[in-house]
Design a protein around this ligand. Structure first.
Ligand SMILES: [Zn+2]
Length: 559
């Protein structure tokens, strides 16, 4: 008797608490929670109030103003895209269609260049959006413009070395004077105070390639003071890739900053299938206390430009100078020799694909779009006698196209990519931008990773090939990236954190974009929430723009 009275009292108490509680804004029922930590999935309900997750568990007695039945779906944290180029596209269209539809809720921006600063010897950045001209000089100015125009996704940015370098040096390839170097450091310091998460570099081409390892260490010392990270597209992904990985590790070790190597790969036929050696270098560094990690995109071809086949010295002084050199017979002779033989420290896309023109696919808009370079060479050489040398045809093509032809290079292997992907410190970054299949952001012939990176990992590398366990794949898209950056309040399904969530059907999720037909959304991503608001609702974009700019200094601050 005492027992049943006690039980009754408990029931009454629970009932009365539930009655006093106002309903939640949203309850997601019965999903398979993959919480982002790598822990095994469990079934639970998720309750959201305002921008935050407030409860995870059996919430049968609770009500939501809206309820989503997640039976059969995985409820994961919103994906954090560790390497995004959406900077300017988000100002054009804040809906971030191709990212939201992958389940991405936060984009990390910045590589060689970032959206700011544009100061010193760099002119202020001017962008016309919807007939309105926007101008800014600092990274803070860019994020303010973004906050005003609003986005569906959250956004965080690094500060790019190119902006800092050219702010002090302009287009010069000279060594910086001590005063110029101080100017770089102060530009970097200002951007870090504006909320940058660290310094990002692209060292394979000028101006980034002008920076020495010592320069990078000295600049990273500024980053270390702010608790930021060093993120790098390393100096050479081809014949010099092992030294380039060693350099990235050295910067981290000497400046005591965490390092994230962007889209780690081996992009030279001669070194294919030696990813195990990169893994060994990173493991050895980690074992002695250097926090080096990487990200990867789940494809084996990379976007670049035919102009990257032209040696660095021919780019000095900008495009007009490049075009003049392309027309100069003497310079052409020197370029040919350098392209064929290579130059120390230069990552040469031509030798990277073993001189195989069929491994280069033109992606830029225009008459050559969608053709591989062997076809372009054949078409441009037709009827000419004697048949011109391929490199001469390349030079002429570049002259005709103003010095730039966006190109996809088939330059690394599936085995290397999978080995990198399966390392515990390797996370997912698309290296893509927020495009759309309709409207002005349906543009050019972009790499399919812009549309399909995250569903491809879940569909191909979890479900179809089993390279990754579901929980581990989700970790690589969520908490691993949040941890790298020090974002404490996102990246997990946990009470108290921001309600960034991706709900997908694990039996169906897959990418649809291909190199030939990149403008295709995915299958199986059903709901996406950003800061508690539903942005993707049964596969449809709601038009909501609840994204926030994340600033490094504010990360983890109490609401
Ligand atoms: Zn890159």
């Amino acid at each position: 008797m005492r027992w049943s009275i006690g039980l009754l009292a408990v029931l009454v108490q629970v009932g009365s608490v539930a009655a006093q509680e106002p309903p939640y804004d949203l309850v997601i029922r019965g999903g398979r929670i993959v919480d982002g930590t790598g822990n095994p999935w469990f079934t639970a309900d998720v309750a959201i109030r305002g921008e935050r997750i407030v409860a995870v568990g059996k919430l049968a007695g609770a009500q939501g103003n809206r309820e989503i039945d997640a039976t059969g779906l995985v409820v994961a944290p919103g994906f954090i895209d560790m390497h995004s180029h959406s900077d300017l596209l988000l100002l054009e269209d804040g809906h971030a269609q191709s990212k939201i539809r992958q389940g991405v809720t936060t984009e990390i921006l910045g590589e060689g260049s970032s959206a700011g600063p544009y100061k010193g010897k760099l002119d202020p950045q001017k962008v016309t959006v919807g007939g309105k001209e926007l101008t800014w000089t600092t990274l803070g100015g860019y994020v303010k413009a973004l906050e005003e125009s609003q986005t569906a996704v959250n956004v965080a940015s690094y500060v790019g070395l190119d902006n800092v370098w050219q702010g002090a040096m302009g287009k010069s390839f000279e060594r910086p004077t001590p005063a110029q170097f101080d100017e770089m450091k102060s530009l970097l310091d200002e951007a870090m105070r504006d909320g940058a998460f660290g310094l990002s570099t692209m060292l394979a081409m000028p101006p980034g390639s002008l920076a020495t390892t010592d320069d990078l260490v000295e600049l990273s010392n500024v980053v270390a003071k702010h608790g930021g990270i060093y993120s790098t597209h390393n100096r050479n992904e081809g014949s010099g890739v092992f030294d380039a990985i060693r350099e990235a590790i050295a910067v981290g070790e000497r400046a005591a900053v965490p390092v994230d190597i962007i889209h780690v790969k081996i992009a030279d036929q001669k070194l294919w299938d030696r990813m195990n050696e990169i893994v060994a270098l990173i493991e050895a560094a980690r074992a002695r206390g250097v926090n080096v990690q990487t990200n990867v995109y789940p494809y084996t071809r990379g976007n670049n430009n035919l102009a990257s086949i032209i040696p660095p010295w021919a780019h000095e002084g900008g495009k007009a100078k490049l075009l003049a050199r392309l027309k100069d017979p003497e310079a052409r002779g020197r370029m040919k020799r350098d392209i064929q033989a290579g130059l120390p420290g230069w990552y040469n896309h031509y030798t990277a694909v073993g001189g195989d023109w069929s491994r280069m696919l033109i992606s830029g808009k225009g008459q050559w779009e969608g053709l591989t370079m062997d076809r372009v060479l054949a078409l441009r050489s037709q009827g000419k006698s004697p048949t011109p040398e391929p490199l001469d045809v390349l030079f002429d093509l570049l002259i005709d196209e103003g010095g730039s032809v966006p190109t996809v290079y088939a330059h690394h292997t599936e085995d290397d990519m999978r080995l990198a992907l399966s390392q515990p410190w390797c996370s997912i970054g698309s290296d893509g931008s927020a495009y759309a299949i309709e409207g002005p952001l349906r543009r050019g012939n972009p790499h399919p990773r812009n549309f399909g990176t995250f569903p491809r990992v879940l569909g191909v590398y979890v479900r179809e090939t089993g390279v990754l366990k579901l929980e581990d794949a989700v970790r690589k898209m969520t908490s691993l990236n949040a941890n790298k950056l020090g974002i404490a309040d996102r990246g997990q399904v946990r009470p108290g954190l921001f309600a960034d969530l991706s709900l997908f059907d694990p039996a169906k999720v897959i990418d649809q974009a291909t190199y030939e037909k990149p403008f295709a959304y995915n299958v199986g991503i059903e709901y996406v929430l950003v800061n508690g608001q539903v942005v993707l609702d049964r596969g449809q974009h709601t038009g909501a723009l609840p994204g926030k700019v994340l600033r490094h200094a504010q990360v983890g601050a109490k609401p």
